[in-house]
Design a protein around this ligand. Structure first.
Ligand SMILES: Nc1nc2c(c(=O)[nH]1)N[C@H]1C(S)=C(S)[C@@H](COP(=O)(O)OP(=O)(O)OC[C@H]3O[C@@H](n4cnc5c(=O)[nH]c(N)nc54)[C@H](O)[C@@H]3O)O[C@H]1N2
Ligand SMILES: Nc1nc2c(c(=O)[nH]1)N[C@H]1C(S)=C(S)[C@@H](COP(=O)(O)OP(=O)(O)OC[C@H]3O[C@@H](n4cnc5c(=O)[nH]c(N)nc54)[C@H](O)[C@@H]3O)O[C@H]1N2
Ligand code: SF4
Ligand SMILES: [Mo]
Length: 727
């Protein structure tokens, strides 16, 4: 930093979670002096969470990788980008020539969807590889939402978003927005929004095996036994049908299968369901009536309800509940967004509405969804010999060793690969297995636009953020890395070579130009008319706080055009799956007294990768197991005791925390921990490694219908190691 450097203010969106908070970054030369909330951002209104400051920590982190690296017998050595691209392309092209296209796999992690340019560039890389082995964090996350949307509405991106600013009744199942800041409902400052909801007389009801931070500010919280949410929803629908509370409203002419759904739900009266789920029949009955009779109501089910064995059933039934009570496309209910960059229209125009079961995995015969296989199958596809075995893997923006089920199996599998490349800012639990690590620029060194999260937000807004800094050291933008790899593959492999026109188009159509076109010709765009007053990228550049495009509106008729134009209340693929729900109930795999593992998030974590910041790491130990005092007593476990948590696939050692906030029969361990492994370079994280919850989660424990990992509900046992508090 030079003494004369002037202070500057940069306005942008924080890209770390889905909330898209507006932030103001004060810099002087290369230094970040402060990060604060942007009061003038129309969406976040000045709100930020503690994680915003982690942007500075990651940006400046001495452990951040600053140049491409190649593994040698004597450890890592620095290589130039050109050498790295050439050597990687040689290996990948040779492997594919010898063992077929499917011998090379890709895994894209969560930060990929938080960078528009990485997202657009990554798609080109996957296309160029032409391998069936495509994996991403989607199948440890929101896959069931896409699955239900695809079958009910005809497009995987037709996800209705809760209108929480206007609703009278919000039913949250398996989500903890107070900590996550809202997921598949981008909602900065959710605490205030939920307070406002209660202040205007609205109701907030939370269904969760843990009395979460969100449950604590709700009107009512019900504990529910893990994995039983589908039963609850079937019972709610039962009450609504039996009491003639169905009122679809203006969309009625578009809705198919109402009688079919009514017939199905006859078998689920509250008094049958009560014991299964752990909520009294009278409470189920009351909840159903409240929901149906509220002026507006919306049910939103998230991670706990998605990453469980019946996630697809749950997401289907949630939308069915919203629809039959007239809350789809209704103010205060669940509405489709109209974003400035319209991914829905774009994907429709490219014929990509979604797809299911066009192919299956080699080893376990699991179905593809949306062009990807479930990541729960990744390790076995590497470990099992035969035609189509994965021999090389490219990971980008992902840490699947810590984030996918049976992470230890994947950890072993990665050691067996012939070749691996990681595009990551850190040398972490996953990238330590790579032969090459290519370090991308981090958030503040690239421009930013939320392609995905504006599509999933509770209000239509839009914002573009230019870069704050030039690329640090010898790093390159993710998309440039992808594009360079594609070109290097082509140079070595004639059949995949694009035509001159295609190459010229790819070179011209940079992510930024694609963004500009998308906005200009999107629903709010200026089109060819420079005087229209409507949106263009250059106009957005002049509005650094972002632009408000108004509350969600009733646009279903127009939006459903991108799907099958109608609403299918009882798609066969889902109704057929009810047999599995019933079968598992009558022949359970483990005894009723088995403890069930669930996850949890905390405000200063972001999955696995903010633990190298001292600021994020300080305070009491967070990687602990929560257990009910009665379950603890039965196992002679005292508060603070060191315990062993064990599942079919592995075990971890953590500290027990006794609390009445967790339901009896359930224990909770957060994911994303388990640092300090040999060969990683995360000096701060290693000081408090914790253990990985995904050492316990089981790659065989999945939603068999859609292939999503069941990270919640996993059978575990807890035993004491040291009887009392060790300190
Ligand atoms: N048990 C359990 N497991 C879970 C969950 C759970 O609730 N319970 N949650 C699941 C969910 S919802 C998700 S989304 C997944 C996340 O799973 P992953 O995406 O596989 O894991 P992350 O921890 O998000 O890892 C992100 C990686 O991206 C790197 N990174 C950060 N920024 C950039 C960038 O700009 N470019 C590149 N190239 N790399 C970058 C980080 O260093 C890190 O290695 O975890 C899942 N796993
Ligand atoms: N601070 C912070 N914010 C984040 C993240 C983070 O790591 N840290 N991660 C981001 C990501 S990638 C995502 S996907 C979102 C996730 O956002 P959310 O889904 O809102 O967050 P979770 O904390 O995973 O909430 C899942 C809840 O489901 C409950 N649960 C578990 N099993 C069951 C069950 O069987 N039934 C029911 N009804 N509930 C169950 C858990 O107790 C938990 O409270 O958060 C995002 N925001
Ligand atoms: S809530 Fe999310 S977007 Fe907002 S400051 Fe925190 S991490 Fe960033
Ligand atoms: Mo996620």
């Amino acid at each position: 930093m030079t003494a004369s450097a002037t202070e500057r203010l940069h306005h942008r969106n924080c890209h770390l979670c889905e909330a898209m908070c507006g932030i103001v970054i004060k810099t002087q030369g290369e230094e970040i002096l402060a990060i604060t909330g942007d009061e003038d951002d129309p969406f976040s209104r000045g709100h930020i969470c503690p994680k915003a400051l982690a942007l500075k920590d990651v940006h400046e982190d001495p452990d951040r990788l600053r140049h491409p690296m190649r593994r040698t017998q004597n450890g890592w050595e620095r290589v130039s980008w050109e050498v790295a691209y050439a050597e990687i392309a040689d290996r990948i092209v040779a492997l594919q020539a010898q063992h077929g296209r499917d011998s090379v796999a890709t895994y894209f992690g969560n930060p990929q969807v938080h960078s528009y340019s990485a997202l657009l560039g990554g798609a080109a890389l996957a296309r160029s590889l032409r391998s069936a082995h495509r994996y991403s964090a989607t199948s440890v996350d929101q896959l069931p939402h896409h699955f239900a949307a695809y079958f009910m509405f005809g497009h995987q991106l037709l996800l209705p978003i809760p209108d929480i600013d206007n609703t009278d009744f919000l039913l949250v199942i398996g989500g903890n927005p107070l900590v996550s800041n809202g997921s598949l409902m981008s909602a900065p400052d959710i605490r205030q929004r939920l307070k406002d909801l209660r202040q205007r007389g609205g109701q907030l009801i939370v269904i969760d095996p843990r009395r979460t931070e969100t449950a604590k500010i709700a009107n009512q919280h019900f504990f529910i036994k893990p994995e039983t949410d589908a039963w609850l929803l079937l019972a709610l629908l039962h009450v609504i049908f039996q009491n003639k509370l169905v009122a679809i409203g203006p969309l009625a002419d578009l809705v198919d299968d109402l009688t079919e759904l009514e017939k199905i739900t006859r078998d689920y009266p509250p008094d049958r369901v009560a014991d299964i789920i752990g909520i009294a029949a009278a409470d189920i009955e009351h909840l159903a009536r409240q929901f149906a009779q509220a002026r507006s109501a919306v049910c939103h089910a998230r991670m706990g309800a998605s990453t469980q064995r019946y996630g697809a059933l749950v997401q289907w039934l949630v939308q069915a509940l919203n629809i039959v009570t007239g809350n789809l496309d209704h103010r205060g209910g669940a509405l489709f967004t109209t974003p400035a960059f319209d991914m829905l229209a774009l994907s429709t125009s490219m014929g990509q509405r979604g797809a299911f079961d066009r192919r299956r995995t080699r080893v376990r015969n699991l179905p593809e969804f949306g062009g990807e296989f479930p990541v729960a199958a990744l390790a076995e596809e590497i470990l099992t010999p035969g035609k189509g075995q994965i021999r090389a893997l490219i990971t980008a923006a992902g840490n699947p060793v810590l984030s996918t089920p049976n992470g230890e199996q994947l950890d072993r599998a990665l050691q067996q690969l012939d070749f691996m490349v990681s595009i990551d800012i850190f040398l972490n639990e996953t990238s330590r297995h790579a032969d090459y690590i290519l370090p991308p620029t981090f958030a503040l060194e690239r421009d930013h636009y939320d392609l995905i999260f504006h599509t999933l937000a509770i209000r239509n807004t839009t914002k573009y953020s230019p870069p704050v800094f030039p690329p640090v050291a010898d790093t390159r933008a993710d998309w440039e890395i992808f594009e360079s790899l594609v070109e290097a593959f082509e140079a070595r492999d004639k059949p995949r070579r694009r035509s001159l026109l295609q190459t010229l188009r790819a070179r011209w159509l940079t992510p930024r130009r694609a963004l500009a076109l998308g906005i200009r010709f999107g629903p709010h765009g200026a089109g060819w008319n420079p005087f229209s007053g409507k949106l263009s990228l250059s106009k957005l550049t002049r509005r650094p706080h972002g632009v408000d495009l108004g509350p969600l509106a009733s646009v279903a008729r127009e939006r459903l055009r991108h799907g099958h134009g109608r609403i299918k209340l009882a798609p066969t693929v889902l109704t057929n799956d009810l047999a599995r729900l019933e079968r598992d109930r009558s022949a359970p795999e483990s005894p009723a007294e088995t403890l069930r593992l669930i996850g949890r998030r905390d405000l200063r974590s972001n999955n696995s990768w903010l633990h190298n910041s001292k600021r994020m790491l300080k305070g009491p130990e967070r990687c602990s197991v929560l257990i009910h005092p009665l379950d603890a007593a039965a196992r002679r476990i005292a508060d603070g005791a060191k315990v062993r948590v064990e599942s079919r696939v592995g075990h971890i050692e953590v500290t027990a925390v006794l609390t009445l906030d967790i339901m009896q029969g359930v224990v909770s361990v957060p994911h994303g921990w388990g640092h300090g492994r040999e060969g990683t370079q995360l000096h701060v994280a290693a000081t408090r490694g914790g253990a990985s919850a995904n050492t316990l989660t089981d790659e065989q424990y999945i939603d068999e219908l859609c292939g999503n990992a069941a990270l919640n509900g996993v059978p575990v046992e807890v035993t004491v190691i040291t009887e009392s508090r060790s300190s």
